[in-house]
Design a protein. Structure first.
Length: 259
């Protein structure tokens, strides 16, 4: 079956939102309407193998997930979660790829959809990576504040002028000032902008607190141990908060203690 015929066969059992085209190297590529968390499109590949077909993501999902982690290695828990996804959707984890092999022609559309769904569910494990990253850095900041004997509360809730409740990572108290510290931490460059925008929104919505607390300041603490932040990320929040980088704790101490 040539690529045009294969695309026609696949398209008959899928929505028009699934767009089939010749793959750069082998078989055909199905561009799906599903997205990775950073907005990237999920692609699935269909390869003819004798009298049956192999459906694969060519390792895109696990590759994407690996790029979001500083260590590039999945924890045993994350590996178990990946395997659970594969078992639930009845697909293989084959040499780092999400795959189905020996697929008959009449099951091509359904198989493409299963691989695409698996890719999305695997990429969603990024949220576990992100929460682990934030928790790890927050624990380090907690320990550092105790060593410096800076009075603080963790995960403080403050109400904004919009009536929304914001969870601030740290509220610190020194003789000179009170600081609300937003911790910005991620291993994913694609998520960095959204996290920065979230911190900006919090600073703006809570700015009314300065009217009754003149010594109050906002601090955006960037976990810069991962090279994911761009100059424009810092620029976005610098008008509404003081910028601190976790790799420069002395500078953070100066900010928290400055009159």
């Amino acid at each position: 079956m040539n690529t045009s015929e294969l695309c026609a066969t696949i398209s008959r059992s899928l929505s028009p939102l699934f767009v089939c085209s010749p793959a750069p190297q082998d078989g055909v590529r199905v561009r799906t309407p599903l997205l990775y968390p950073d907005g990237g499109v999920v692609d699935v590949f269909v390869l003819e193998r004798g009298h049956s077909y192999t459906i694969t993501d060519f390792g895109d999902a696990l590759g994407w997930l690996g790029l979001q982690s500083v260590s590039q290695r999945r924890s045993p828990k994350q590996q178990t979660l990946v395997e659970d996804v594969c078992q639930t959707l009845r697909i293989e984890l084959f040499h780092g790829q999400l795959a189905l092999r020996e697929v008959p022609e009449n099951a091509l559309g359904e198989s493409v959809l299963r691989i695409a769904q698996a890719a999305v569910r695997v990429s969603d494990l990024w949220f576990t990576l992100r929460s682990q990253s934030i928790q790890h850095t927050a624990d380090e900041v907690d320990e550092w504040l105790r060593e410096k004997e800076i009075t603080f509360e963790r995960r403080v809730t403050k109400q904004g002028r919009s009536a929304r409740n914001w969870t601030v990572d740290f509220e610190t108290q020194t003789p000179a000032r009170t600081s609300l510290v937003f911790l910005l931490s991620t291993g994913a460059r694609g998520a960095a902008r959204r996290i920065t925008e979230q911190a900006l929104a919090g600073c703006v919505d809570l700015s009314h607190l300065k009217a009754t607390h003149p010594k109050l300041t906002f601090v955006s603490l960037f976990d810069d141990t991962a090279d994911v932040w761009r100059p424009e990320d810092f620029g976005l929040v610098e008008e509404h908060s003081e910028i601190a980088r976790w790799s420069y704790p002395d500078e953070l101490e100066r900010i928290l203690a400055s009159p």
